[in-house]
Design a protein around this ligand. Structure first.
Ligand code: FES
Length: 371
């Protein structure tokens, strides 16, 4: 070892007041910590997806990664108990004449313990067979005491038609029956921190949005999204789900990886009051950004207008309207037909059209500016 192996990184007194400090030696990022009078130095780059450990916090003697909470011993670099084989490099550190010196050469190496990938991370391969249709209902209600929902009723009409007339396998997902966390803004820490599968999904095996991801990414060819109109917008459960789909769109912007290929979406929108076109516009914009295709005339909708406060009449109008049911059956027929055409043809290869990725990247910059 030569003297040049040891680098002076600063005054000990400056580091003692902070549990963890990020320091950079040359091009190497380190997490320098101080606890009970003892310094520790480990790599500043997390084993998971590269989170900045030096910007983390201490939990006892473990540095907690600020991106997804993986922990590494602040002196040895070993993963937390049970994950010791997953380690980041550790560095020797000493204090001399009030200065903190760190030895540049790592004392221990980085070791990756293979983590079992989340089932959603498997390769996306469409199983052969007829076009598959998933209906997603964004109606919020008490699942134990359900009420009649006009959008959900029409969704069931569409799925029944897909099953019986079009011979499609179908699934119905009611967001109100799933327990899932709101997006917690991993993207706002770093675009890289928003992962596929979703960071929350990977960390919390009780989170039930997995069912939606499975259906959208791995199973369905056609997605029918049914939502009520609430204060001129789609229902809140829709937005809760949509925010969690950032991890799908993020793969396009960061990795040029389109998770949703040759998939078609259509919408059912109902409300006592109006703004159908505003709701439809938001849905169309969002799902097209994810990579969905749209059939001709991609939504059916019903509303009795701004002054219609007599909701019982609204429900009755939907229940009695054969025209609306027929329109809903036609909606799913168009969606299934579009999916069949896509599956037969060469379009929807998953490669972004020239310029597409750049456009998406510009959007990343805009999103970062807002976070
Ligand atoms: S926990 Fe560190 S990057 Fe995910």
């Amino acid at each position: 070892m030569t003297d040049t192996d040891w680098q002076d990184v600063g005054a000990a007194a400056d580091f003692e007041s902070r549990p963890v400090t990020e320091i950079t030696l040359g091009r190497t990022k380190l997490a320098l910590s101080h606890r009970n009078g003892v310094f520790g130095v480990i790599s500043g780059v997390c084993n998971h997806v590269g989170g900045p450990l030096g910007q983390g916090k201490l939990d006892g003697n473990y540095v907690v990664c600020p991106w997804h909470n993986w922990k590494f011993h602040r002196v040895t670099g070993l993963g937390e108990p049970g994950s010791e084989d997953d380690a980041v490099p550790s560095y020797k550190v000493k204090v001399k004449s009030g200065r903190v010196l760190v030895r540049m050469t790592p004392a221990t190496p980085r070791k990756h313990k293979p983590h079992a990938p989340h089932p959603l991370a498997r390769p996306i391969r469409r199983k052969s067979g007829p076009v598959r249709v998933v209906g997603i209902s964004a109606t919020a209600q008490d699942p134990a005491n359900p009420r009649y929902s006009t959008s959900e009723a029409l969704l069931e009409v569409a799925l029944a038609h897909a099953r019986k007339k079009l011979k499609c396998p179908t699934k119905l997902i009611k967001l109100a029956e799933l327990k899932f966390r709101a997006c917690e803004g991993y993207y706002s820490k770093s675009a890289q921190a928003c992962t596929w599968p979703c960071s929350i999904t990977q960390m919390d095996n009780t989170d039930e949005l997995t069912e939606v991801y499975e259906a959208l990414v791995h199973w369905a060819d056609v997605v029918l999204l049914a939502t009520p109109i609430r204060w001129g917008q789609a229902g809140s459960l829709y937005f809760r789900m949509a925010e969690r789909l950032n991890c799908v769109q993020n793969q396009i912007t960061l990795k040029d990886r389109v998770l949703l290929n040759k998939k078609v979406v259509s919408f059912i929108i109902t409300g006592g009051q109006d703004n159908i076109q505003g709701v439809a516009g938001q849905l169309l914009g969002f799902f097209s950004e994810l990579g969905f295709y749209l059939p001709q005339f991609p939504f059916v909708a019903h509303s009795r207008g701004w002054t219609a406060e007599d909701m019982e009449q609204n429900v009755a109008a939907v229940q009695q309207s054969e025209e609306l049911r027929e329109g809903t059956r036609a909606l799913v027929e168009r969606a299934v037909e579009t999916a069949r055409t896509l599956l037969k043809g060469n379009c929807g290869s998953g490669k972004l059209a020239r310029g597409g990725r750049k456009a998406q990247r510009l959007e990343v910059e805009q999103k970062k500016g807002q976070s």
